[in-house]
Design a protein around this ligand. Structure first.
Ligand code: PEP
Length: 254
């Protein structure tokens, strides 16, 4: 059975104390609300918070950490970058790769993302691979083909065993940080399409076990109807992950 996941992408937010308080509050609420064991929570803070937050999360099995990015090389003269081997040496479990903001503002191509995925998997990190179309692509009716091509280009060179370490996050760019959410029908259509696309390449078992998250203005008021869709296995949450109560309310929406 595939994992239900609610991951919080803090982006470039949270000063030291705010980040510590947010993580501590989430830990407290998780134990108070006794979240179902089938649900995994992931926090993805700015990288400098990771070591500190791993102490705050020590002993927690339900809450993990993810980096927001990783370099494609394992070491060397790449000032300002962090490699998968460094992340793994700090005990990190997950990394987000291919967020639309990285694709847009840092010109990360599908080919570069494929290299990053490979580097992360070689270090035994689990990958949350983001994909999603812009508004013009959707308006032109090309969204299904566009997003499945992002998966093909970024992931489909992987051997079957490696694909088991991949979680997909479908994030339509027109819904990220805009307050506009994909309707449950739009999310379900894309998620079912991506699952079929994965099945065609890796077989039904792998496809059925791959968690596909929805991201884009997901909040407590709309999470329930999105998570009720058969192929939506949780969410990648931006803005609403910065408030512990909202984040936990979203995790309670399955
Ligand atoms: C995101 O950036 O991953 C995201 C989904 O943001 P928001 O929830 O704020 O739309």
């Amino acid at each position: 059975m595939r994992l239900k996941i609610v991951a919080g992408n803090w982006k470039m937010n949270m000063l030291k104390e705010g980040g510590e308080n947010l993580a501590s509050e989430i830990v407290k609420l998780v134990s108070e609300h006794k979240l179902d064991n089938s649900i995994k929570l992931i926090l993805s803070p700015p990288a400098i918070h990771l070591a500190n937050l791993s102490s705050i999360l020590d002993g927690q099995t339900q809450v993990s950490l993810a980096a927001q990015n990783v370099h494609q090389e394992l070491k060397g003269a790449f000032t300002g970058e962090i490699s998968a081997s460094i992340l793994a040496s700090f005990g990190l479990e997950y990394v987000i790769i291919g967020h639309s903001e990285r694709r847009q503002y840092f010109s990360e191509s599908d080919q570069l993302l494929a290299q990053k995925v490979k580097a992360a998997l070689e270090q035994n990190l689990q990958v949350i691979f983001c994909c999603g179309e812009g508004l013009e692509v959707r308006q032109a009716g090309n969204h299904l083909a566009y997003v499945s091509k992002q998966l093909t280009n970024g992931l489909f060179d992987l051997p079957k065993e490696s694909f088991e370490k991949i979680t997909i996050a479908y994030e339509p760019i027109w819904a990220i940080g805009t307050g506009e959410t994909a309707s449950p029908e739009q999310a379900q259509e894309m998620h079912a399409h991506l699952r079929k696309h994965i099945a065609a390449k890796y077989g039904n078992d792998i496809a059925e076990n791959t968690s596909i998250l929805y991201g884009g203005s997901c909040k407590p008021s709309n999470a329930k109807e999105l998570f009720a869709c058969a192929d939506v296995d949780g969410g990648l949450i931006g803005g609403a992950s910065l408030k512990a109560k909202d984040f936990i309310a979203i995790a309670q929406s399955f």
